[in-house]
Design a protein around this ligand. Structure first.
Ligand code: NAD
Length: 253
């Protein structure tokens, strides 16, 4: 049985991934801002280091996989949390755990989004990919939440692709899933809001398979990608979105 570590396992998609892996008999160490083995705020450097240190101690030298699931949505009071948690809370943790993952020939799963290809602010994405956190946090103040969110998720996918060879050379497979609209605490608030509720219901109705995603849909994909059954899948961004990306961008891939 494998030992996995993850961020964002407290609620939603992350909680489903944690439960699925544990049900299959694996050990899962969770770092999150709440309800976790390691309490850490991934929006800042100290919190990220605390998560890396906590996971390194808890796994006792055996880390077969890491899932970077923590994230915040478009409608947050402080927009700086979007790049800080979604991008730097992902890339810095993967880098901080890289040596451990290499020694166990582990597998990494990142969580992008099917909104990533719709990112509209290339300058923001470049600042993230340049790892210029101060500049990215300053830049995000001048753009809307949707551009910030999709940009952070595009940068996650491109960072993964840019680094695939570095990780694979060390025996570490790295992939990402790009979830479509999934019913979790993150989306519930917007779904129930007077301002956006109808638009969200219309958006859900346009998903080709005829239903919104559930956290378990993402957990099933995650569980497969982390397993040896996916041993030749590396550097892939898998859309788990009921056909929405293909419907909206049929000729781009
Ligand atoms: P969620 O709000 O239920 O879960 C987010 C998790 O991240 C929670 O456990 C939360 O405590 C943790 N988190 C938030 N801020 C943190 C911080 N500063 N430090 C540490 N942990 C923090 O949302 P979800 O929908 O399950 O989202 C999980 C991932 O999936 C996110 O990365 C999200 O962007 C992505 N995603 C979700 C959807 C969707 O429709 N729900 C679609 C595409 C991508």
């Amino acid at each position: 049985m494998a030992t996995y570590a993850m961020t964002g396992g407290a609620t939603g998609i992350g909680a489903a991934i944690k439960e699925t892996l544990r049900k299959d008999g694996h050990t899962v160490i969770v770092a999150d801002i709440k309800d976790a083995d390691i309490i850490a705020d991934l929006s800042n450097e100290e919190g990220r280091q605390a998560a890396i240190d906590g996971i390194s101690t808890a796994c006792a030298g055996k880390l077969d996989g890491f899932i970077a699931c923590a994230g915040v949505a478009t409608h947050v009071p402080n927009k700086q949390l979007i790049p800080a948690v979604n991008y730097f809370g992902t890339t810095e943790l993967v880098d901080g755990l890289a040596e451990l993952l290499a020694s166990s020939k582990g597998s990494v799963l990142l969580i992008s989004s099917n909104s990533a290809p719709m990112s509209t602010d290339s300058a923001f994405v470049e600042l993230l990919l340049d790892a210029d956190e101060n500049a990215a946090l300053a830049h995000v103040e001048g753009i809307d939440g949707q551009a910030a969110y999709s940009g952070s998720k595009q940068a996650v996918a491109r960072w993964m692709r840019r680094n695939v060879n570095r990780f694979a050379q060390q025996g570490v497979r790295i992939n990402a899933i790009a979830p479509g609209y999934t019913q979790t605490p993150m989306t519930q608030a917007v779904e129930e809001s007077e301002e956006y509720g109808q638009a969200i219901r219309d958006f859900m109705a346009s998903i080709p398979v005829g239903r919104p995603g559930q956290p378990e849909d993402m957990a099933n994909a995650a569980s497969f990608l982390l397993s040896n059954a996916a041993s030749f899948i590396c550097g892939s961004v898998i859309f788990v979105d009921g056909g929405h990306d293909a419907m909206l961008r049929p000729d781009q891939f």
